[in-house]
Every structure is written in C-alpha cells, then in structure tokens.
Design a protein around this ligand. Structure first.
Ligand code: MTE
Length: 323
C-alpha cells in the first residue's frame, strides 16, 4: 500500500462502531459493578491516575498527511489483546492481563548523554508539546505477523529538538520502565532489563518515526506501552520501545535488547526486509492478525511499504550486512 491523502474522518469514527459502543458499554457496566463490589474508597484507589486509569480516555487529534491510507484497520480487540511486552509475560495474552499494574502517573522521561543539558520531561507537558496526530501505520513484527494500527502522536523529531542533542550525538537510545516488583514476569526470562532500543539520529529525526501516546483516538492501553512509546513503522516491531522513561544521546551504537539476546538473529537496524530471512524462518510473507488462519499470507514489503519515504536513509549500505 502507499502513504496518501489523510482520511476524511477522525479517529473516533474509524473505530468499527459496534466495537466502540460495545467497549464503552462494557466499561460502563464494569464500572458500576466495581462500585458495588469495592466500595468508594477502594474504587478511588483502583481508578487513581497513578495506576494508569487514563487508558481509554479520548484524545484530541488532528489529521496527518503522514497517515497510511487504503488499509483495513486491525480491531481494537486484537491490537490490545495480542501483544509483545515481555515485562508482563511472554504469552501474547499476558500483557493485557497483567499490565494494569504499570503505574502510568506520575511519569517522567529523563533525557541525558550528549545533550546541551540533561532534562526531565513530564508526561503532561509532552502530551501538549505538539498537536496529536492520527497516524495509521502498518505494524510488522519480526515473528512474521502484522497489523494495521491507528496510532496517536507526533513526530519523534519534535521531541528530539526539545532535547537539544549535541552535533556529536549520532545515536539515540530508548529505555523502558523497569521495576521487578511490578513486572515480576520479567525475571523468568534471560533478557537484561530494562528493555533498550535505539536508532541512528537521522532515522530518529525522520518524520515517520512517531512519539506515541494513544491508539484508536484514545490514551494507550498499558499493554501497548502507556503512557509513551515510539513507533518506527519501517522497522520490525521490536525497535518500537514501550513505556519509555529515559532517552539517551550517544556517539556509539547503544546496546539493544534483542541484539544482545541473539546477535545473529536481530540486527541493530532491523528494517523490514523480505530479502533477508530470519535464520529460523522466512520474512517473505506475513500473517495479518484478525484474518482467519486459512487466509492467504501477505507478501511482506521492503521497509514495510515505506520505502519511498525512508530508503534514502540507507543509500550505499549493504542491507544484508546491516540487517
Ligand atoms: N517494549 C518493551 N518495553 N518490551 C517488549 O517486550 N516488545 C516489542 C515492542 N516493544 C517490547 C517492546 C515487540 S517484539 C513488538 S512486536 C512491539 O513492541 C509490540 O507492540 P504492540 O504490543 O503494541 O503490538
């Protein structure tokens, strides 16, 4: 598919209506049942913003010329119940069950390394830094499945400008929240926490790289990386770190989680590339989540279909070597 004109409709309208209403109805029903079951005091604790009660809150958004058109959106249910967020369990349905424990308020993002001056940004200030845009992107996991997700955010470049990196900074690293008491599932893996990802500066400054606060026009559910994550649509999904608490500017390639785990399987670049197979499976095709298992697999597109916009970032590079 291609990036074309923005859709004529706001994000609330692109949610399949039955799902949207069902979800609202469910939330209302669940809330009244909870009042009876818990009592007012306990309910206040449950709904406290500190534990992330904001998920589902409507966000004010504007259209974006950078949205992807012509794709059928993956349902809210699939986007929010089929997740990779290993801090909350390695099975796809575990993050939705367990990530309610993530304390999404108060939340700050620390910025350090090669910057004019280290700074700390509060999430409320970041939400207001730029108008929030509706951006539909294809999302391709290295595991050979894909979705189409209507994210909400603004270009990561807008945030990076506020960080005032030095000209010597060539890479940027993103570190996710980690507290082993909250994310007790993390310790049963061999991963070194916190989750770390990184981009070259010119990749991070590309307008398609999105600092993301929501999906389907609402605040991000915790399992999708609340309250702030990145989305890099031309790369495999693992490059898009969730629940970011620190951003560091460096002059060398930062250590990154999956590269540390298996260097021969997960490169630093990890651009979607149907011509470079994962050592254990083909990357030529993908399964679109939400479609029946017998549906034909889709052909995976170079740079996940965003080549017109991003291929020039890699001019002259051997993408087999720098996979
Ligand atoms: N970020 C953190 N902190 N922990 C993770 O396990 N998984 C990555 C990425 N970001 C992950 C993460 C992987 S493998 C993918 S495919 C995407 O998040 C999944 O994002 P989604 O669950 O919103 O679809």
């Amino acid at each position: 598919m291609f990036i074309g004109k923005p859709p004529e409709i706001p994000s609330s309208a692109i949610t399949p209506k039955d799902q949207y209403l069902n979800r609202r109805g469910f939330l209302r029903g669940a809330a009244s049942a909870a009042v009876v079951a818990l009592g007012a005091e306990r309910l206040a604790e449950v709904l406290s913003p500190r534990v992330g009660a904001q998920a589902g809150t409507k966000l004010e958004t504007v259209k974006s010329p950078l949205t992807t058109s012509g794709e059928t959106l993956t349902s809210v249910k699939d986007i929010t119940s089929y997740n990779n967020f290993y801090e909350f369990g390695v099975d796809k349905d575990q993050p939705a069950q367990n990530a309610g424990r993530l304390p999404t308020r108060p939340w700050t993002v620390r910025v350090d390394g090669m910057v004019k001056k280290p700074k700390t940004f509060d999430i409320e200030a970041l939400l207001k830094l730029r108008p929030l845009e509706d951006r539909i992107y294809r999302h391709r996991c290295v595991e050979a499945w894909s979705m189409v997700i209507p994210w909400v955010g603004y270009s990561l470049a807008e945030f990076i400008k506020q960080c005032e990196p030095l000209s010597s900074a060539k890479y940027v690293q993103f570190l996710s929240y980690y507290d082993k008491k909250v994310e007790k599932w993390a310790s049963s893996t061999s991963i070194f926490w916190p989750y770390s990802e990184g981009l070259r500066m010119d990749e991070a400054m590309h307008p398609l790289a999105l600092l993301t606060f929501g999906l389907y026009g609402e605040v991000l559910p915790n399992q999708n990386g609340a309250p702030i994550r990145i989305v890099v649509p031309w790369k495999y999904g693992f490059k898009s770190a969730k629940s970011i608490v620190a951003v560091r500017f460096l002059d060398k390639v930062p250590p990154t989680t999956w590269n540390d785990q298996a260097r021969s399987e997960y490169g630093f670049y990890s651009n979607v590339n149907p011509n470079v197979d994962h050592p254990r499976w083909s990357q030529k095709t993908e399964r679109r989540i939400g479609q029946p298992f017998y549906a034909q697999r889709r052909t995976t597109l170079m740079f996940n279909g965003y080549g017109d916009q991003v291929a020039s970032l890699y001019n002259g590079m051997d993408l087999r070597k720098y996979f």
